[in-house]
Design a protein around this ligand. Sequence first.
Ligand SMILES: Nc1ncnc2c1ncn2[C@@H]1O[C@H](COP(=O)(O)OP(=O)(O)OP(=O)(O)O)[C@@H](O)[C@H]1O
Ligand SMILES: [Mg+2]
Length: 659
Amino acid sequence: MILPDMSLLASLNPKQYTAVTAPPGPILVRAGAGSGKTRVLTLRIAYLIAECGVSPSHILALTFTNKAAREMRQRLRNLPGVSIRGLTAGTFHSVCAALLREHITGRIGRYTSDFTIYAEDEQAQLAALALDAARERPPVLLEPTELLRHISRAKSRLLTPRLAARFARDDLERFVAGCYQRYQRSLEHANALDFDDLILLTHRLLAEHPDVLDTCQARWRHVLIDEYQDTDPAQYALVELLTRPSPANGHVRSLFAVGDGMQAIYGFRNADHTIIARFERDFPEARVIELATNYRSRQPILDAAYAVIRHSRAVQPMALRATKPEPPRGAGHVPPLQIVDAKDARDEAERVTRSIVDLLRRGRRPRDIAILYRSRHMSRTFESALRHVRIPYALRGATGFFERAVVRDTLAYLRVVNNPADNLSFNRIANVPPRGLGAGALATLSAFAAQRGLSLSETLAHPEVLAALSPKAAESARQLAALFVRWRRLVDGGMPPDHVLADVLERIGYQAWLEQRLEPEELADARAHVQELANAAAEHTALNAFLQEVALLTSADDDDDERDRVQLSTIHAAKGLEWPIVFVAGLEEGTLPHEHSLVTPDGVEEERRLCYVALTRAGEQLYLSWAASRVRGKPTKPSRFLNEIEAYGRERAGRNVAS
Ligand SMILES: Nc1ncnc2c1ncn2[C@@H]1O[C@H](COP(=O)(O)OP(=O)(O)OP(=O)(O)O)[C@@H](O)[C@H]1O
Ligand SMILES: [Mg+2]
């Protein structure tokens, strides 16, 4: 509990105290996971306000997610004697968007303050247009998303189309620069900004308009950044400019950054993981404070994290010391580290769930527990297993697997096949993919069905209905009716559910339709989801049984607002968070490290840091699970990270392995 005035600081260790109370200047707090960086940053704000009399409106706090900013505000509000009226706290993107709305009109090109922010699918459309409009032939075949990756990379390095063209070193880069120019022009024509523009144009605004820079510097005299290791070069340049000593800020660069190079996991989004190491070079008057004490995790958990990160080439690994004393061994001793060996993904989920049941029985709350995994689609098996035993769970930062549109569409088809009276499912897919059975046609069907007491799918090929529809709609209705007859026959003939599912997807041209409307990254996700659904279907011999299991899963009570739930999260989304008990799933080669990463050394390095992030989320107990096979019976190998942990464990005595 923190008390007002100076006692606010009583709970800090000496290093933390030094950081919180350091005189303004460029300050970097460089420290491992769980050492109190975020807490120090929060208390630094409180200190500036409560002790130094700084007005909250003179403070800018940059967090990695908006949720983190909300939590920080909440924590500050709870401190007695601290008012945060006027404090700016948010992500780079949200703060920049607000700044641009205020100042962009008349200052940058033809943009006005009503600009739209284009999301990925709109970006992909513009990128496709930019590719189509190219007069020269591309040196290699380039998909819109690949082009967008190139453009994003250029923007994250503050390269305008003109600079990109000037610095282009080969045909591909020259071609991309041309596309980038067209892409950027069409954005500007639409008075639209993409995500990277929020940073890029804010930088330009400040660099080209001294009056705006002056206003900002006078307003935000103190800038604080959490998760500094995931800052990209454009964001860095922006911060450098914003905090540059000037009359407006009293000639002091008051920049307080906290970060951990071992946790840099956004290289794939152009973050520059060397940024931490460069701090002292960039700001010669910098003060660097290192925190070595960990307040989150028991020592064996930190040892496991160290076992993985000590092999890192890119970062200088630091071993962490726990403050939590290890409880004496003997009756009631909970092993801090356990390894779960599973046959396959389903077995893994069941074993993890059994452990969770056991933990709950021993008095743990669901909210004390998190399951972390590398890729989003991996939540599916855990969701099924948890629902099966009625353990409440929440999926962080995503909709549940069975709630996802692709999954629901596909299931809706199977439901109609299984039960032609299922009008809700029929309504969902009548025009998905679009086949000319829009609202008008459905109204005709509905009216007739109601009149005759038939289901929608049964009226589909009725002559009277067909006569009432437009020729195109009638033709579609006839074809769809024939398909349902076909699928029903396949089911009656004993075809396994996953094969029926494959036939459905093929006949309706679902993949092609997804390809048309999804941005390739989403498409990969959607494909993975469909594959997951097929895996689930393959576990059953009868369509009926499969659908029933799924129905029980989806009808679970989801609307109670109690947050006492097991947290399911990707590792990326778990950054900065902590739980007493953490399960890290899928520790296999190809899963973590992810197969895409295996082609480059940098890729594997980033996976290593990702694994470090995962392990260091745990306070008291860490479970590491792996499955001997994950996809369709193909055997896997345990993750190199798991091997490293075990090897390190063997180097030291007292290894606990349970299954
Ligand atoms: N001096 C302290 N005394 C007691 N608890 C502390 C102290 N400093 C930090 N903690 C606690 O340690 C935990 C980790 O702190 P925090 O989340 O700030 O670490 P972090 O360095 O930001 O971690 P990450 O790198 O994962 O973001 C929190 O529960 C925090 O309240
Ligand atoms: Mg933190």
